[in-house]
Design a protein around this ligand. Structure first.
Ligand SMILES: Cc1cc2nc3c(=O)[nH]c(=O)nc-3n(C[C@H](O)[C@H](O)[C@H](O)COP(=O)(O)O)c2cc1C
Length: 354
């Protein structure tokens, strides 16, 4: 048994040597299109949005769509949620059958704090029931050949740090890795993520540990790695409207030069491509672009005015018009700034300044 565990730990450690920089699972965000854009920028692996094991067991087509690979995406981590060990094990096996070698690992969601999820006993509610959580981990691990990881938080109730015990139990139950978001469920996304708990868990476990929470720049990724010794860094919100964060993080982790931040033009061009890729998926997929668009345009002049227009977009052309208008406005502003600048820099101005 010990030897078996050792092999598992070694195998998953090398897995995260291959995949040191992860796009976090994000419902409504980390679909095949967004994953492909992040991978292109340097993410080593993406997670699917969380997938309901129960939904899969009803052969729900919409749920199945969540585990579709992007063109060119070699591997993916699939995150499942639920609270019935048998259903979760059966569906994890089904995912393995469906994805074959493209499945890097299965992750079990034990960190989602959303009311509609915890009310049913799923997500972070499982942190309040460690025996059931262990049953699920053990059942899913036995059902599949790929590694099984668990993603959870610092604890459920504010101030009750249960993550260390929970992590040890997860390892004993057969988890091949853990991902920790350093906030309590009751905090949702408020306050600051505590990286100390990631470091504590890393010291206590033999299986790999993924650090998560508040990595907003490439430099943050390196700082998290150095402060916690985590095996991989996971980025969520920092990637929204900003797939380039992975290029920065990759450079920071590799200690090479961090690329310059994208220009307004590059951001709006990426937003257009993103919309085109979603549109190509057909159906109402393009509407998912509204959320992404808000992030791409944040901070761009006149973006606040564009918000209303974004919320009314229903076709690719609608989005293209919003982005093109913003680009034209930005270019006009830049031209005016340049003219004013050249006016101020005129010999007369310099003379006045001297
Ligand atoms: C819009 C959104 C959706 C999320 N969906 C999931 C999810 O499906 N599964 C999950 O484990 N965490 C989910 N999370 C949490 C993230 O994976 C991550 O743990 C959290 O955002 C903290 O990391 P960050 O500071 O890098 O964003 C979601 C977060 C956001 C903002």
């Amino acid at each position: 048994m010990a030897a078996e565990k050792m092999t598992t730990a070694t195998t998953t450690t090398s897995l995260f040597e291959k995949y040191p920089l992860l796009l976090a699972p994000m419902a409504g965000i980390s679909d095949e299109v967004f994953r492909s854009l992040c991978l292109e920028q340097g993410a080593s692996l993406g997670y699917t949005e969380m997938v309901s094991a129960k939904g899969l067991s009803y052969s729900n087509a919409k749920t199945r769509d969540l585990i579709k690979l992007a063109p060119g995406e070699k591997q993916v981590a699939v995150q499942i949620f639920g609270h019935e060990s048998e259903t979760m094990a059966k569906e994890a096996y089904g995912i393995q059958e469906y994805l074959g070698a493209a499945l890097a690992y299965i992750d079990i969601n034990m960190g989602c704090p959303a009311r509609k999820i915890v009310r049913k006993g799923d997500g972070c509610a499982l942190m309040c029931d460690p025996p059931l959580a262990a049953d699920i981990i053990s059942a899913v691990s036995r059902a599949v050949d790929v590694p099984v990881t668990v993603k959870f938080r610092r604890g459920y109730h504010l101030g009750e740090e249960t993550a260390l015990d929970f992590a040890k139990r997860a390892q004993e139950a057969g988890a091949s890795g853990v991902a920790i978001h350093g906030r309590f469920a009751e905090q949702y996304y408020r306050g600051q993520a505590d990286w100390g708990i990631i470091a504590t868990i890393k010291r206590a476990l033999t299986i790999p540990v993924i650090g998560n929470g508040d990595v907003k720049t490439g430099a943050d990724a390196r700082a998290m790695k150095e402060e916690t010794s985590c095996d991989a860094v996971m980025i969520g919100r920092g990637a929204q409207g900003n797939p380039w964060i992975f290029a920065s993080a990759k450079a920071a982790l590799e200690k090479s030069e961090i690329p310059a931040a994208p220009s307004i033009e590059e951001r709006l061009f990426m937003a257009c491509r993103h919309a085109a890729l979603l549109s190509a998926l057909g159906g109402r997929n393009i509407v998912r672009m509204r959320k992404h668009a808000m992030f791409y345009v944040a901070g761009i002049p006149r973006a606040t005015k564009a918000r209303g227009a974004i919320n009314a977009c229903v076709t690719y052309e609608d989005f293209e018009k919003v982005f093109t208008d913003l680009l034209q406005d930005a270019q006009q502003d830049a031209q005016q700034d340049a003219q004013q600048g050249s006016h101020h820099d005129s010999p007369q101005d310099s003379h006045q300044g001297s």
